[in-house]
Design a protein. Sequence first.
Length: 345
Amino acid sequence: MYKYRKNIVAAALGAFALFVTGAAQAQQPVRIGQAITGMSFFPIWAARALGSFEAQGLTPAVSITGGDPTALAALDAGDVDLAAVGSEAMLRATAKGQPFQIVYSLMSQVTLQLVVSPAFLQKTGAKPTDPIEKRLAALKGAVIGVSAIGGIEESLARWLAFKGGLNPKTDVTIVQVGGPPAHRMALENKTIDAFILSPPEPYLAEKSGAGTVFIKLSDDFPQLARIPYLIFVAKKPVDPKTSDLIVKAIRAVQSASAEAIAKPDAVGGAIATKFFPKADPDAIVAALKAMDPGVAEAGKLDAGNIQNLLTLSKEMGADSGKESSPKASEGDLWSNAFVEKALAK
């Protein structure tokens, strides 16, 4: 009897070992190069916090690269499977002949908000409730802080001046002030009049009394409320194995995005606990709620939102290469095929 029971235990242990080995083999690594730590990339943060990648049989390896160009360089070198970057940087890269394709819209609205100091409001007499034309005109002579010179924040700050009929090169001054806390400090010290950042920074500035949200780009400019602003980029040509990997990764972020819309408090808390333990959890939840509309379409790409992207890029003076219509560039510059496969389950 003892020998019989011993054999059963040995067989059970052997079966368990095979199960564990099989499970380990089933998990497939997916390497993602994420440009910055910004909360606008919350579909990735949420997918990691909720275990959505693992649910798709993936083991995520996410590296914060320190900028769009670095993430795209890693993709080009084959060091990552997907680059999570701003769409403007991707267009600049393809204009130089790099073989990239947009395969998913991580954030389908421009999340940046222009925050101004109390001193700016007092000096100009402008109010956040004024018509957008009056608010834009009030920016003449403003000193606007950004995280990095030459980045998307500077491009869109100058674009706001352009939309207001100002000279984007001379009527606003752009200065680099460092990380988000430095923006609030610079505003309080009156070394800048405004900064342009994504949530949760505008929320935190208003909460502390350091500033007031003056312009919400996706609210004040409808075309910016439906645009692939932050994207997953793949390197062409995409082989079948990588294609399968991309579809699974997209399903993971789609699932996490849907969960964030349904339960922002729970998902925001999970992100804060796992990745930002020193941050104000309420600020992260507020950021998710503010950006939920940007993930409501499950990352879909179409001629309409691609046209908005190309128009914005042209108005910002970006060199997007040869003239191309959204429809003509489908399958080359962008593809919705991966999203469709992910949604088909």
